[in-house]
Design a binder for this molecule. Structure first.
Ligand code: ADP
Length: 302
């Protein structure tokens, strides 16, 4: 296991920021870490990266224990904090050389720095002062910093926050390629990002774990209603569909095309076919709507 979290707790004063959270992440997974603001994501990430100590419970990274093997964990881990701290007066290349020294790299530092610059697409910016870079490029410098020690585990706290759509795509592609070889735990508020990059999601709310599963399972489990988009060949009134037994809502999309919902245990497909046969109509299209991850998130954290 790359990350093992067992009954982890962190208390600030009277408040439990993280309360009895457990999960395991095997090597080579990209996992989305979700939760509303204040849920305890950053606190969990700070414990995993040995920045703060747990109040109780244990956290292990590559088999090493937080609070006991902190220096060894730091050598194995790459961390991009939410507010990516950088030295704005340093030049990109100079800063990354400094990071290499901090990581204890003594041989071939320029080669390693050049590798990281290439990996994160910073070639054209390497001679610039960090303070003059756009937010997207500053984020790439943060990624280069996090990757410098060739970490087995990467912890990324909102890596795409504040970036424009092009920068988001580039950082996502970078994370996806990194995730092919190592374990990535990333927090984000962007659900499409999770769907695009992660095989699994862990959701916490008010310090407590509320879900840990792959995306499709979560979408199937957390739905009490099913919805279909259906199109008929001949005219149909919404009121006629509404009268079908078991149907809860009907909305018109456009001529003869409707969105129809029913409780998950109603066989909506059969009901719609039955209606078409009975009224001598033909169904041109019928497809089930997928429960969005956004809805799942709202259901679990509201
Ligand atoms: P998230 O990253 O999910 O937005 P955080 O882990 O930052 O959530 O915060 C969880 C809770 O812990 C919040 O209520 C926050 O105010 C509180 N908290 C975080 N850091 C501290 C701190 N250093 N001192 C006191 N409370 C804190």
């Amino acid at each position: 296991m790359s990350i093992e979290v067992n009954r982890l707790c962190k208390k600030y004063g009277e408040q439990w920021a993280v309360n009895d959270v457990s999960f395991n992440i095997p090597t080579g997974q990209v996992v989305g870490f979700l939760g509303p603001n204040g849920a305890g994501k950053s606190t969990t990430m700070k414990m995993l990266t040995c920045f703060i100590t747990p109040t109780s419970g244990t956290a292990k990274v590559s088999g090493l224990t937080v609070g006991e093997d902190d220096m060894a964990i730091r050598r194995q881990i790459g961390y991009l904090p939410e507010h990516n701290p950088l030295y704005y007066d340093m030049y990109v290349k100079e800063y990354l050389g400094f990071v290499a020294n901090l990581c204890g790299i003594t041989k071939n530092v320029p080669k390693r720095v050049a590798e990281m610059i290439g990996r994160t697409g910073l070639e054209r910016e390497q001679a610039k002062k960090i303070g003059t870079l756009s937010k997207g490029y500053k984020q790439r410098v943060g990624m280069a910093q996090a990757l410098m020690n060739d970490p087995k585990v990467l912890i990324l706290d909102e890596p795409t926050s504040g970036l424009d759509p092009n920068q988001i795509t580039e950082i996502r592609n970078l994370i996806r390629s990194i995730g092919e070889e190592r374990t990535v735990l990333l927090s984000t508020h962007i659900m499409q990002e999770v769907e695009a990059m992660c095989s699994r999601v862990i959701i916490i709310n008010q310090g407590t774990l509320v879900a840990d599963d792959n995306i499709s399972t979560l979408q199937q489990q957390n739905t009490s209603d099913r919805a279909f988009v259906v199109q008929f060949k001949s005219p149909v009134k919404a009121s006629e569909l509404k009268a079908i037994k078991g149907i809860k809502t009907v909305s018109v999309i456009k001529d003869n095309r409707f969105r129809v919902s029913a409780k998950a245990d109603v066989n909506l497909q059969e009901a719609l076919f039955g209606f078409a046969v009975k009224t001598n109509n033909i169904i041109l299209e019928q497809k089930e709507e997928e429960q969005s991850l956004e809805n799942v998130f709202r259901t679990l954290t509201n």
